[in-house]
Design a protein around this ligand. Structure first.
Ligand code: PGA
Length: 251
């Protein structure tokens, strides 16, 4: 059985006061939840204060990116060790905004994935097609290629640390959610691919989250799909009530 995993991606939102208030509000609301893994991913600069607000709670923390080098002359970058030092357990990698706004390649994301796992972080590895790729019937091809290139060279032992997040780019922040059937179709393809790339045990144990305008109103139907094991939530994770309601719906 895969334990559901709901993560909040705060993106470039909050400030020092609202980040802590959001974390503290979630701690209070989600105190008794044990059947769902929950994580929040604040901006780098608020990691330490959010970690303090989450201490002694069952909510984990992740970062929104990491660099693959250990240390040195990489102005503006953050290392795995720094994230671990700030109490991060997870790190989001390959998010569509990093692929398509910042210009990250599959090769760079693969390096980051390997470095994150070697550095003791659990990656939330995002994949997903653009609207024109979906309309052109290329969804499966694009997602398969992203999964293969992103996970290239990872051994069976290392892959266990990974959560995959399927996030159709056309559904992110647009209010246009994939239907549960559209999500399930791609999730099932990814699971089949994991079986080909690794083995059945790994394919059945890895969690695949859906992301893209997930909100309280569509949580139950998305999570009812057999291969949807959790959600990566952007907009709705910025409101205590919405995010807490989503977690409780799953619990
Ligand atoms: P959204 O973002 O929930 O605001 O669509 C999801 C994501 O980008 O992870």
């Amino acid at each position: 059985m895969r334990k559901p995993f709901i993560a909040g991606n705060w993106k470039m939102n909050t400030n020092s006061a609202t980040a802590v208030a959001l974390a503290a509000g979630l701690v209070k609301e989600l105190e008794s939840v044990e059947t769902v893994d929950v994580a929040v991913c604040p901006p780098f600069v608020y990691l330490q204060s959010v970690a303090a607000a989450l201490s002694a709670s069952n909510i984990a923390m992740g970062a929104q990116d990491v660099y693959f080098e250990g240390n040195g002359a990489f102005t503006g970058e953050i290392s795995c060790e720094m994230l671990k030092d700030c109490s991060c357990s997870y790190v989001i990698l390959g998010h569509s905004e990093r692929r398509h706004v910042i210009g990250e390649t599959d090769e760079l994301i693969n390096k980051k994935l390997k470095a994150a796992i070697a550095g003791g972080l659990m990656p939330i590895f995002c994949v997903g097609e653009l609207l024109e790729e979906r309309d052109g019937g290329k969804t499966m091809e694009v997602v398969e290629s992203q999964v293969r290139k992103g996970l290239e060279g990872l051994c069976e032992e290392r892959i266990q640390a990974v959560t995959i997040a399927y996030e159709p780019v056309w559904a992110i922040g647009t209010g246009r959610t994939a239907t549960p059937e559209q999500a399930q179709e791609v999730h099932a393809m990814i699971r089949g691919l994991l079986e080909k790339m690794f083995d059945k045990t790994i394919a059945e144990s890895l969690r695949i989250q859906y992301g893209g305008s997930a909100k309280p109103g569509n949580t139950a139907e998305l999570m009812a799909q057999p291969d949807v094991d959790g959600l990566l939530v952007g907009g709705a994770s910025l409101k205590v009530d919405d995010f807490a309601q989503m977690v409780k719906t799953v619990a």
